[in-house]
Write a protein that binds this ligand. Structure first.
Ligand code: ADP
Ligand code: MG
Length: 225
C-alpha cells in the first residue's frame, strides 16, 4: 500500500532516474531505428514480419522514454497567463483524427470563451492529450467523448468524459501509481505524469467513474481574471 507521500517519493525517484538515463537510451535508439530502416529496404517478404515487431517495440520504447522525460522535467519554468478554453480547443483539434479513426465522436463545449489561468500551455495540453487518449482506449463501439470547461467561483473546471468501460472502484487508488496499466501496450505513466503537471499548477484532479458506463476526469485549476 502506498500513501500519497510515498507516491510522491516514488515519482521523484523515477524522475531522477529518467533524467539520468534518458539520453543514454535515446541516442542508441535513434541509431538503431536508422539502421533498421536501412536493413528493411532490401528484405525478403518472409522476413518483413520480424521488422514489424522491431518497429513496434522501438516505438514503444520511444513512447516510454518520452513519458519518462515528462516526469523528469523540473517544475514549471514558464508560467504564463493562458486561456484554457483555447488550450482545450487546440487539444481537441489535435486529437480529432485519432478519435475519428476509432469511430469516436469528440465534442467540445465551453461555457465561456475565456478561462484564464497561470500555466504552461504545452504541459497542460499534454495532460488533456493523455486523458483523451485514455478515453479513446477505454471506448469501444458507439463512442462519445465530451470535453468541457466551466467556471466555479475561483476555479475553472475542465472535464473529459467518456462512455467507455469505467474503472473498478478498487483500482482508483492505483491511477497515480507509476507503471500501473491494464493495457498490453500501456506504459502506466500517462496519469502519473498528468497528475504531476496539475499539481505543479496548484490544481486538483477528481475521477468519477462507473463500471461499464464511463469515466469523467475533472481537472480544476485556479481561475484568474
Ligand atoms: P496507460 O494508458 O499507459 O495504461 P495511464 O496512466 O494513462 O497508463 O492509465 C492507467 C490505467 O488507468 C489504464 O491502463 C486504465 O486501466 C485506467 N484508465 C485510465 N483512464 C481511463 C478511462 N478513461 N477509462 C477506463 N480506464 C481508464
Ligand atoms: Mg494512458
Amino acid at each position: 500500500y502506498m500513501d500519497r507521500a510515498d507516491q510522491q517519493d516514488t515519482l521523484k525517484v523515477v524522475g531522477q532516474l529518467a533524467a539520468g538515463i534518458a539520453h543514454e537510451i535515446r541516442n542508441p535508439m535513434t541509431s538503431l531505428k536508422g539502421f533498421v530502416q536501412l536493413l528493411e529496404a532490401d528484405l525478403r517478404d518472409s522476413q518483413k514480419m520480424y521488422f514489424e515487431v522491431i518497429h513496434s517495440e522501438l516505438n514503444r520504447l520511444e513512447k516510454t522514454m518520452t513519458e519518462f522525460l515528462m516526469l523528469a522535467k523540473p517544475k514549471n519554468s514558464l508560467l504564463q497567463k493562458i486561456n484554457m478554453t483555447k488550450v482545450l480547443e487546440e487539444t481537441v483539434h489535435i486529437m480529432q483524427p485519432q478519435a475519428l479513426l476509432h469511430g469516436i465522436e469528440l465534442c467540445f463545449t465551453a461555457s465561456d470563451h475565456e478561462n484564464w489561468t497561470f500555466g504552461d500551455a504545452n504541459r497542460l495540453k499534454q495532460v488533456f492529450i493523455n486523458l483523451i487518449k485514455n478515453a479513446i482506449e477505454a471506448t469501444t463501439g458507439r463512442g462519445r467523448i465530451e470535453i468541457s470547461i466551466h467556471q466555479k467561483t475561483k476555479e475553472l473546471i475542465a472535464s473529459v468524459r467518456d462512455n467507455g468501460c469505467g474503472i473498478p472502484k478498487e483500482k482508483l487508488d492505483k491511477l497515480n501509481e507509476p507503471f500501473y496499466t491494464t493495457k498490453e501496450n500501456g506504459t502506466g505513466l500517462g496519469l502519473p505524469v498528468s497528475m504531476k503537471i496539475i499539481e505543479e499548477h496548484r490544481g486538483s484532479v477528481e475521477v468519477i467513474t462507473r463500471e461499464n458506463e464511463g469515466t469523467q476526469f475533472n481537472i480544476s485549476l485556479p481561475l484568474i481574471s
